[in-house]
Design a protein around this ligand. Structure first.
Ligand code: ADP
Ligand code: MG
Length: 243
């Protein structure tokens, strides 16, 4: 069976700093994986390598059987298999919410404005922003901006969504709305890899939880295996600090 994401023995360093020391993992279609672990353990670097935002040193990364590890890419389309959401929302400040969501399908996919805006409206409704089409990013809260960013990624119809701490930049009272949107996506069957510090959310939404430390996967398993019955001391120590 072809995995949605397959990473084999991934190594990545920045200068003399070894950040990923042989990471292997798979994500299957429809699976929701959360990645937890201390700051600096290489979680973002892992996501950025999968999204082809970093060049890898060695190993293999495939998304739906297509190699994503630099050099072997046959065309830019393959990066469109993935939608990525970052801590910072990076919306286009001079474009309305509707335009932010509609622009890439028009520019990159050649969709007509009418078609792109129709999809954008549906997606904005889905993330609870059906009344904000004409607003500009600066007029929205951080939580609303992040939901626009999610709608914008979905507009490209990705097969996998990667989230890198999507709520870390938000005021606490805005976190829930964004997590609800992500949980809805999970229930809809979207394949997702979510890096998060929201442990209760991770426990709730995940099919599998991966605990990383020092550029390695320390252990992985069903939410209860990790949060209730962790096998490794390193995992226990981390959870004691964050729970
Ligand atoms: P996490 O997301 O788990 O906090 P990161 O993947 O962001 O961890 O970072 C892992 C390590 O790699 C950290 O020590 C970080 O400082 C370092 N690092 C990340 N990106 C770069 C970069 N572009 N250049 C140099 N060092 C980096
Ligand atoms: Mg990070």
């Amino acid at each position: 069976m072809t995995h949605a994401i397959e990473v084999k023995d991934l190594h990545k360093s920045f200068g003399s700093l070894d950040v990923l020391n042989g990471v292997s993992l798979t994500v299957d279609e429809g699976e929701v994986i959360t990645v937890i672990g201390p700051s600096g353990s290489g979680k973002s670097t892992l996501a950025r390598c999968i999204a082809r935002l970093e060049k890898i040193d060695s190993g293999e990364i495939s998304v739906y059987g297509r190699r994503m590890d630099g050099g072997k890419i046959s065309n830019a389309r393959e990066s469109e298999l993935l939608g990525m959401i970052f801590q910072q929302f990076n919306l286009f400040p001079h474009l309305s919410v509707l335009e932010n969501v509609a622009i890439a399908p028009m520019k990159v996919r050649g969709k007509s404005r009418a078609e792109a805006e129709k999809t954008a409206r549906e997606l904005l409704d889905r993330v609870g922003l059906g009344d904000k089409f004409e607003a500009f990013p600066a007029q929205l809260s951080g939580g609303q901006q992040q939901r626009v960013a999610i709608a914008r990624a979905l507009a490209m119809d990705p097969k996998v969504m990667l989230f890198d701490e999507p709520t870390s930049a938000l005021d606490p009272e805005l976190v829930g709305d964004v997590l609800n949107v992500i949980a809805d996506l999970a229930r809809s069957g979207m394949t997702m890899m979510i890096i998060t510090h929201e442990m209760l959310f991770a426990k709730d939404v995940s099919d599998r939880v991966i605990f990383m430390a020092d550029g390695r996967i320390v252990e992985q398993g069903a939410p209860d295996d990790i949060f209730v019955r962790p096998r490794k001391e390193r995992t226990r120590a981390f959870l004691q600090r964050v729970l």
